[in-house]
Design a protein around this ligand. Structure first.
Ligand code: ZN
Length: 197
């Protein structure tokens, strides 16, 4: 189910929050209203300020996304997702479309923490649970990847992230939401995206 946290005490880091709000238009009324009203960022002189070294509750973050979805629509969530890879840092092993899609889950865990502890350890490669995943599997056809999202972020947002990551290496890649599969927007636990190029 989109927007519902899996576990309490999960936080998202300030640089992720900043890059997402920057993608939206950092100083716009939209960012100010949707994020400051759930306690994310502080408005000073009509501008929203985010602590880059801070951590923000995932529950509040998702609440802002839900308000955006209800009041502005999925298109904005898709565009937020699309803007993320432009700002994010990726591990050095990201070299093609396959590793790009695999890296989404790592980056996702690097940017969240539970009870004050980061969910991915870069040194050991250990990944802790608590926020769900972004999946990767090879499709049946050549030049095809299936990515199943089971995490609390919205369907349209993930569609945007996966599209941007796929097109980073294959500009002509297409990412289609599998409408025949379960969808978080309809209350299911997962969404399935079909990546082809
Ligand atoms: Zn969906």
């Amino acid at each position: 189910m989109q927007f519902k946290i899996f576990e309490p005490n999960i936080e998202v880091n300030g640089s992720t929050v900043f890059s997402i709000i920057a993608g939206l238009g950092y100083f716009t009324n939209l960012s100010r209203r949707y994020f400051s009203q759930v306690g994310i960022g502080t408005v000073i002189n009509k501008q929203l300020h985010v602590d880059l070294n801070g951590w923000y509750p995932q529950a509040a973050w998702l609440e802002a996304f839900e308000n955006i979805a209800n009041q502005v629509g999925d298109r904005v969530l898709f565009n937020i997702g699309l803007s993320i890879p432009a700002h994010a840092q990726f591990p050095p092993w990201v070299k093609d479309i396959h590793s790009a899609i695999q890296s989404i889950d790592v980056a996702y865990h690097l940017n969240h923490r539970k009870n004050g502890k980061e969910l991915f350890n870069l040194k050991t490669g250990f990944m802790a649970e608590g926020i769900g995943h972004y999946g990767y599997s090879k499709g049946l056809k050549e030049n095809q990847i299936i990515s199943i999202s089971n995490n609390p972020y919205p369907c349209a947002f993930d569609h945007g992230i996966i599209t941007a990551m796929a097109q980073k290496f294959n500009p002509f890649a297409t990412v289609t939401h599998d409408d025949m599969a379960p969808c978080r927007k309809k209350g299911a636990d997962t969404c399935t995206y079909n990546i082809a190029w």
